[in-house]
Design a protein around this ligand. Structure first.
Ligand code: B1M
Length: 211
């Protein structure tokens, strides 16, 4: 569909305002939200990712594409909410220390909110102790950790250890995700669940709370 191809190419060019407008136009044309996300926004980000890997584009271009992606996601946000869902409890979410990637985390946050969770977003580059403090302060039953770099995956283990050291490990379920993270890694570090994508993260969070 042309409008989805346009969203993808404007995102790759980092045209945040145009991405925002095209996403709204696609919604007005009744294009399914999932198609706008997957065939428009995520398609564009995937192409940028491949070019980044091949040294065809560099950090500044990726950064402005990411900004355009986040703007487009903001327009979609209300459409992720399921109507009539009950309040499910609180989730603390953040990208672990040393890691600045936030698009996947933001998507997980939106899907969680769509399922009725109240989400406390701690942002990026979050130290282990900050997760422990926030979970206690806000009464989060679930803590979601995102990591996009192989070099920051060990920081996930540090979060698990920080909860153990604080004596509050049994009060929270710790979920992990992000492109390099696997089920096996989740088990190795003693986290409770791994989710490959944002939608399954929300479903697993519900399952963890017995919902
Ligand atoms: Co970076 N980067 N980056 N980057 N970047 C990657 C991750 C990389 C794979 C690119 C590559 O080389 N091919 C590579 C990592 C290699 C590795 O470690 N294996 C890389 C690198 C090397 C770097 C730098 C080191 C580059 C440099 O400076 N030389 C640097 C590190 C900075 C830092 O963090 N300290 C860096 C910087 C950046 C930007 C700042 C420019 C920008 C981030 C901007 C931002 O996020 N606001 C950026 C981007 C955008 C990317 C790519 C292109 C796209 C990532 C993305 O947003 N994908 C990425 C290449 C790629 O992935 N193809 C790349 C879309 C997003 C929706 O997917 O985040 O995977 P993702 O989220 C998914 C799932 O993983 C899951 O749900 C989402 C989908 O539904 N999920 C969770 C994510 N978190 C979850 C948490 C959960 C559950 C599921 O909790 C329960």
């Amino acid at each position: 569909m042309q409008i989805l191809a346009d969203i993808s190419s404007k995102l790759q060019a980092g045209k945040a305002k145009e991405v925002q407008e095209l996403v709204q136009q696609a919604l007005d044309q009744q294009v399914p939200v999932r198609d706008i996300l997957e065939q428009g926004l995520l398609d564009g980000m995937g192409i940028i990712g491949a070019k980044f890997k091949n040294d065809e584009v560099f950090v500044p271009e990726v950064l402005i594409a990411a900004r355009a992606m986040n703007r487009g996601m903001e327009v979609l946000k209300p459409y992720f909410a399921e109507s009539g869902v009950e309040a499910r409890g609180r989730v603390c979410i953040g990208t672990v220390q040393g890691d600045l990637h936030d698009i996947g985390k933001n998507l997980v946050k939106m899907m969680m909110e769509g399922k009725g969770f109240e989400v406390i977003d701690l942002g990026t580059d979050v130290p282990a102790e900050a997760f422990v403090k926030a979970a206690a302060e806000h009464g989060c039953a679930i803590v979601c950790l995102s990591a996009l770099l192989t070099t920051t995956m060990p920081a996930m283990r540090q979060v698990v250890e920080a909860f153990e050291a604080a004596g509050t490990r049994d009060q929270v379920k710790i979920m992990v995700g992000g492109a390099p993270v696997t089920d096996e890694f989740c088990a190795q570090i003693g986290a409770d669940a791994y989710a490959a994508d944002a939608a399954s993260a929300a479903d697993k969070a519900l399952a963890l709370l017995g919902g």
